[in-house]
Design a protein. Structure first.
Length: 344
């Protein structure tokens, strides 16, 4: 287990003890769920994540984001992974997801490897949870916080809920606070989970649509830099681009974009937020400013709270056995015959 340089093994143990109370609030989730049925889950997921991040560093942020965008829509149930089928539109086409969420092929590779090692055992929703943890660790988060398992995969996607509950980059702080509160997450969770933007990417279309308009308490010099250098005019795309349209991207942390660190908080304290929703964490008076300052100056506090808040988020409305299934293919429901055979 990796540990903090300044806290070592003691911090790692304290984290396990503290988050155990979170995971314990729902009997369906347990750190030991796969201890006997699929102990290989840890080595298999880690190996696939390491390959994906080595291939493209952006995959780390993409996998962390998949877990977040899944949990905020009807709970952590793998619904985001479902493709279009007759009578059902995938959540991948929600406003906050279309041409944005990605790394689905990494989840496919993990699922295939787990099906080979432990057939019909590990849910896609659980894969999202552990892949998110391993991706953050691969980018620099320490220690490896415990992952709680036992979720079942949803039968359906819900694009309407995705459009309603996924936060917008143009949100102000009150909107973010309300959005997170609906999912049982408090202001400390909001500020900590937003820190994942330290390894995120964003389309220049989003920068020009949300950041370079209006007044968001972002430094005028920084806005000028974004406009002239980072995302100059012409870097945005048509509203309805062709299917194969490429989107110019920029890093959400221009200094250390591939490293999970505290620069995100240092940037917004300088009024260098890349998005209005980022800068709102610092510019709005309240306890949020205290959290931003704490995380900016203390890496161990940020890592510790990010782990705790991620586990809390991962416990949002997990499906029970009679509410879901363990998909063989994360992109589609199991065949009807299989559901009849495996039902209790």
């Amino acid at each position: 287990m990796k540990t903090f340089r300044d806290g070592g093994y003691v911090i790692a143990l304290c984290l396990v003890a503290m988050v155990a109370t979170i995971g314990g609030t729902n009997a369906a989730l347990s750190r030991h769920h796969y201890d006997h049925s699929c102990p290989q889950i840890y080595s298999i997921v880690k190996a696939e994540v390491q390959k994906a991040v080595a291939r493209e560093a952006r995959n780390a942020a993409s996998l962390v984001r998949l877990h977040f965008h899944d949990c905020f829509v009807n709970g952590c149930d793998g619904s985001l992974l479902l493709d279009n089928v007759t009578g059902q539109v995938s959540e991948k086409f929600a406003i906050a997801n279309v041409h944005s969420v990605r790394a689905f092929e990494v989840i496919d590779a993990i699922k295939a490897a787990l099906e080979h090692a432990c057939p019909h055992t590990v849910s896609c929703a659980d894969i999202l949870a552990i892949a998110s943890r391993d991706s953050a660790v691969e980018a620099g988060l320490v220690p490896e916080y415990p992952v709680y398992f036992g979720r079942f995969d949803s039968f359906t996607a819900n694009i309407s809920a995705a459009n309603e509950f996924l936060p917008s980059p143009g949100f102000g702080y009150s909107q973010l606070k309300e959005n997170f509160a609906k999912k049982g997450l408090n202001e400390r969770d909001l500020v900590a989970l937003s820190g994942a933007h330290t390894i995120g990417r964003v389309k220049c279309l989003v920068i020009r649509t949300f950041t370079l308009v209006g007044h968001h308490n972002i430094s005028s010099k920084f806005l000028d830099f974004l406009n002239k250098t980072v995302c100059p005019p012409g870097s945005q795309n048509p509203t309805d681009p062709p299917k194969n349209q490429t989107f110019p991207l920029t890093d959400l942390d221009l200094g250390t974009p591939n490293t999970f660190d505290t620069n995100y908080y240092k940037n917004i304290r300088k009024a260098h937020g890349m998005l209005p929703s980022d800068q709102a964490l610092q510019s709005t008076p309240g306890v949020n400013q205290k959290y931003v300052a704490e995380f900016a100056s203390n890496t161990s506090k940020f890592f510790h709270q990010f782990a705790k808040s991620t586990i809390k988020m991962g416990n949002i409305s997990p499906k029970k056995r009679d509410e879901g299934e363990i998909r063989l293919n994360c992109r589609k429901r199991n065949p009807t015959v299989l559901r009849m055979v495996t039902s209790d």
